[in-house]
Structure formats: structure tokens, C-alpha cells
Design a protein around this ligand. Structure first.
Ligand code: ADP
Ligand code: ADP
Ligand code: ZN
Length: 215
């Protein structure tokens, strides 16, 4: 299964991707997670990306396109993958199309999660992220079993620098301007599934699985 999860920051892409990786035994490819790891390791790419990420803007297309092209060649992608947070521009979507064609692969589905702006702000301000494995939590909607510690790995939870209200507003605007055109892009390609992302996490999960199984 070759999937893209599309949707604004806070829509629940990462949360749902984690569930899908277990269900279908295919990797989650999150450009945000890969970039944050590079920032943490202070690699040349990370140092360059940080300024864009801190400002709530997009990292240049050529950087993320290169990351994804390399990642898709890895052995674990042989049976499929879930792209989470990529593509975010039409240029990235076109580059992905070219890479997939070169590998003789095609997307099965693009799932677009739709969530109201106010709910997105509430989700992102309350989001907490594991510093070790990257799993996301929410102080109210998806709290860890033990306060401030990751259920999966025991790592400590932190609040991302870009999950502050001012940067969140900027990111939502960037989504509206640069990423939302991908909804019609993939509708025209006949692979789009639109899903109401306003329901609680388990309901969104159930609906997503039933839509994917319906083919
Ligand atoms: P994205 O990857 O799209 O930016 P996340 O999966 O990180 O979004 O979710 C953003 C925040 O909202 C997290 O704190 C997560 O726990 C919470 N969340 C995800 N899905 C839902 C949902 N359906 N209802 C309420 N909160 C949610
Ligand atoms: P969210 O889903 O909450 O917006 P991500 O973890 O997907 O967060 O992305 C965090 C930041 O990383 C983005 O604001 C952007 O600066 C950068 N980033 C991630 N993916 C991409 C991408 N495909 N293109 C450009 N920038 C990206
Ligand atoms: Zn963890």
C-alpha cells in the first residue's frame, strides 16, 4: 500500500500514520521527523532547515525532495509506505510522481484529513512529542499513561518550538497557500479520499481503515 496522508498541521497525520504502519507493516516517512532529527544532530542539512522550521515556513523543495527520493529506495519500502507531511507543494508532488515512475511504482491512495482551524490550534498547542521516538500525545485528547513520559519507549515528552500559537498561525497560512492546492491535484489524479478529521482519534482510525479496505 502506497499512501500519502495530507492535511494541515495538527490534523492527525502522524497519529494515524503510526497506527497504519503497525496495521500494514509499512514504514511511516515523515519529512518533519527526518528534518527534526537532522536539526538535533546539527548536520549541514539540519542547520539549513532549522531557520525555515523555526519561522513556520517550508524548507526548500530540493532539500525535502532529495530526502524522500533517497528514503523511498530503502529496502523497507518494497511493500509500500505512508508519506506523512510530504508533499507540501505542487513542485514536491510533481517530483514525487517522477521518482515513483522511475521506480515503476504508483500511489494507491491520498487521504486528506479535514479539521477546523480552531481545533487545529487547540491540538497543536496541547501536543507533546517524545524526544526519543517522536510519538505524539495530547495533554487532553491523548495523554500518556504516566505524566510526561512516552508509553511506547519511556522517553520524556517535550513541546515543539514551532507548536507556539504565533508560529502555528503562520504554518496554517502556509498550508492554505502552498499545500491545500494538492487536494484538487490528487482529486484530478483520482486517488483522493476525503475524511472528516474532527472525530476522536479511534473513530478517525476506524473510518480510515474501512475506507482503505473498501479499495
Ligand atoms: P499532524 O501530524 O497532522 O501535525 P498529529 O498527529 O501530531 O498531527 O496530531 C496533532 C495533535 O492532535 C497531537 O497532540 C495529537 O495527539 C492530537 N490529535 C490527533 N488526532 C486527534 C483527534 N482525532 N482528536 C483530537 N486530537 C487529536
Ligand atoms: P506539522 O504536521 O505539525 O506541520 P511537520 O513535522 O510535518 O509538522 O513539519 C514541521 C516543519 O518541518 C514544517 O513546518 C516545515 O518547516 C518542515 N517540513 C516538513 N515537511 C516538509 C516538506 N515536505 N516541505 C517543506 N518543509 C517541510
Ligand atoms: Zn517514545
Amino acid at each position: 500500500m502506497k499512501l500519502i496522508l495530507l492535511g494541515p498541521p495538527g490534523a492527525g497525520k502522524g497519529t494515524q500514520a503510526k497506527m497504519l504502519t503497525e496495521r500494514f507493516s509499512i514504514p511511516q516517512i515523515s519529512t518533519g521527523d527526518i528534518l527534526r532529527a537532522a536539526v538535533k544532530d546539527k548536520t549541514p542539512m539540519g542547520l539549513k532547515a532549522k531557520q525555515y522550521m523555526d519561522a513556520g515556513g517550508l524548507v526548500p523543495d530540493e532539500v525535502v525532495v532529495g530526502i524522500v527520493r533517497d528514503r523511498l529506495q530503502e529496502a523497507d519500502c518494497i511493500n509500500g509506505f505512508i508519506l506523512d507531511g510530504f508533499p507540501r507543494t505542487v513542485a514536491q508532488a510533481d517530483a514525487l510522481q517522477t521518482s515513483l515512475e522511475e521506480m515503476d511504482k504508483a500511489l494507491d491512495r491520498v487521504i486528506s484529513l479535514d479539521v477546523d482551524a480552531e481545533a487545529l490550534v487547540e491540538r497543536l498547542t496541547g501536543r507533546r512529542t517524545c524526544k526519543d521516538c517522536g510519538r505524539g500525545y495530547h495533554v487532553q485528547f491523548d495523554p500518556p499513561r504516566v505524566d510526561a513520559l512516552c508509553d511506547a519507549c519511556g522517553g520524556s515528552l517535550f513541546q515543539r518550538d514551532d507548536d507556539q500559537e504565533e508560529t502555528i498561525r503562520k504554518r496554517l497560512q502556509v498550508y492554505a497557500d502552498q499545500t491545500s492546492p494538492l487536494i484538487s491535484y490528487y482529486r484530478d489524479a483520482d486517488v483522493l479520499i476525503e475524511l472528516d478529521g474532527m472525530q476522536p482519534i479511534p473513530q478517525v482510525q476506524e473510518k480510515m481503515l474501512s475506507l482503505l479496505q473498501a479499495g
